[in-house]
Design a protein around this ligand. Structure first.
Ligand code: GLV
Ligand code: GLV
Length: 327
C-alpha cells in the first residue's frame, strides 16, 4: 500500500507530481475555500503526511486519531495553527517554510509601511473618485519615512531583511527580540532596545514576532499608550499579537496616528470589520509572502519535506528539532 498524503488546498498539479510517484495523494478541491475541520480530521486518520495552510487548525484532538501520521508540512513560516507539543509527543515532524519567504515578506512590510505613511490608497482613490480638482499645499500630505525611527519587534530573518531595506531609506533602526540578535547587529545598523524603548521612541513600529503564549496580545492598550501620538503601527505577523479593541481605541483617541495591517484576529474579515472601515487603517488580506515566485518556492519546499520523510530522511526545515537525533 502506498502512503496517503492529504493536501488541504488545491495547488498546481505539476508540483504534486513527484509525490504521486511514491504516494496516493488527495487534494482538497478548492483553492479558496478551506477544508472543514471535521473533514481534515477524517483525512488525517489515514494520512502519513499532511500539507496544510495556516488557517488549518491541527490540534491534539486531530493528532490523537492520526495514528499513521509522520509529517505535517505547513505552507507558512508561522506554525501557531499546529499543536507542536502534541505532534512531538507522537513523533510527527512539523515543517514550515522559512527563508524562502523572508525577502518577499520584508518587501510587503516596507510596502505597507510606506502605503500607510504616504496615504497611497487614499491618494489613488482621490483620482478614481474624481476628487482631484487642484494642487494644494497639504493635499494628501503624509509623513516622512527617511530619517525616522523604525522599531522592529521580532528580529528574526524577516526582521533582518526589513532592516536592510530600511537602512536604504536612512531610517534609524531599533529592535526588540526575546533574545538579543548579535549576528544582526554585526551586519546591520540596528540597535537592541527594551520593548518600552521601542514603543516610546519609534515613528513606525513593525511587528514581525511569531505568535506564542508570550506574544499574544502584546500590543494592548498599555503598549499603544506608550507609542508616540504620531506613530504608525504595522503588523505583518499574526492578528492575535494585537488586542484589536485596544488598537481601535488607540486610533479613535489619537494615541497613535495610523495602522497598516496584513493580519487580523479572525481571518478572513470583510469590509464591515471596524479596523477595515477605519479611515486611518490600511488593511490587507494576509498577503505577506504572496508573490508567484515565493508561493511557488514555498509549495516546492513543503512537497520536498513530505517526500524526504516518505523516503526515510529528515525534512530540511523542521520545527520540532528534538525529533532529530543529535550528533
Ligand atoms: C504567513 O503568515 C506565514 O506565516 O508564512
Ligand atoms: C519577541 O519579540 C519575540 O521574539 O518573541
Amino acid at each position: 500500500d502506498k502512503p496517503f498524503i492529504f493536501i488541504t488546498r488545491n495547488i498546481p498539479e505539476k508540483f504534486v507530481e513527484p509525490l504521486r510517484v511514491v504516494a496516493e495523494v488527495e487534494m482538497w478541491h478548492s483553492e479558496e475555500d478551506p477544508v472543514p475541520h471535521d473533514v481534515l480530521t477524517e483525512k488525517a486518520k489515514k494520512a502519513h503526511g499532511l500539507l496544510t495552510v495556516l488557517s488549518d487548525r491541527v490540534d491534539e484532538e486531530l493528532l490523537k486519531e492520526a495514528t499513521n501520521l509522520k509529517v505535517i508540512a505547513n505552507l507558512a513560516v508561522g506554525f501557531d495553527n499546529i499543536d507542536i507539543q502534541a505532534a512531538t509527543k507522537r513523533q510527527i515532524y512539523v515543517c514550515n517554510t522559512p527563508d524562502v519567504l523572508s525577502d518577499t515578506t520584508a518587501d510587503l512590510a516596507m510596502t505597507l509601511l510606506m502605503t500607510t505613511a504616504r496615504n497611497i490608497l487614499e491618494a489613488s482613490a482621490h483620482i478614481k473618485e474624481n476628487k482631484w480638482t487642484s494642487w494644494s499645499p497639504y493635499l494628501l500630505a503624509g509623513r516622512d519615512i527617511h530619517h525616522k525611527t523604525l522599531g522592529i519587534v521580532g528580529m528574526g530573518k524577516i526582521g533582518e531583511v526589513l532592516a536592510k531595506r530600511a537602512a536604504g531609506f536612512d531610517m534609524n533602526i531599533l529592535y526588540h527580540n526575546r533574545s538579543r540578535n548579535e549576528q544582526a547587529e554585526s551586519k546591520l545598523p540596528v540597535t537592541y532596545a527594551s520593548m518600552d524603548d521601542v514603543l516610546e521612541k519609534s515613528d513606525f513600529v513593525v511587528c514581525l514576532t511569531p505568535l506564542t503564549k508570550q506574544t499574544e496580545n502584546m500590543f494592548n492598550e498599555e503598549a499603544f499608550k506608550k507609542m508616540k501620538k504620531s506613530a504608525m503601527f504595522i503588523n505583518v505577523s499574526r492578528g492575535d499579537v494585537v488586542d484589536e479593541a485596544a488598537l481601535l481605541k488607540a486610533l479613535n483617541e489619537e494615541e497613535i496616528a495610523a495602522a497598516g495591517l496584513d493580519v487580523f484576529v479572525n481571518e478572513p474579515i470583510d469590509g464591515s470589520h471596524p479596523l477595515a472601515m477605519h479611515p486611518k487603517v490600511v488593511a490587507l488580506p494576509h498577503i505577506g509572502s504572496a508573490t508567484v515566485e515565493t508561493r511557488t518556492s514555498m509549495i516546492k519546499l513543503a512537497v520536498q519535506n513530505i517526500e524526504a520523510v516518505l523516503a526515510g530522511h529528515f525534512p530540511s526545515t523542521i520545527i520540532n528539532r528534538e525529533l532529530v537525533p543529535q550528533g
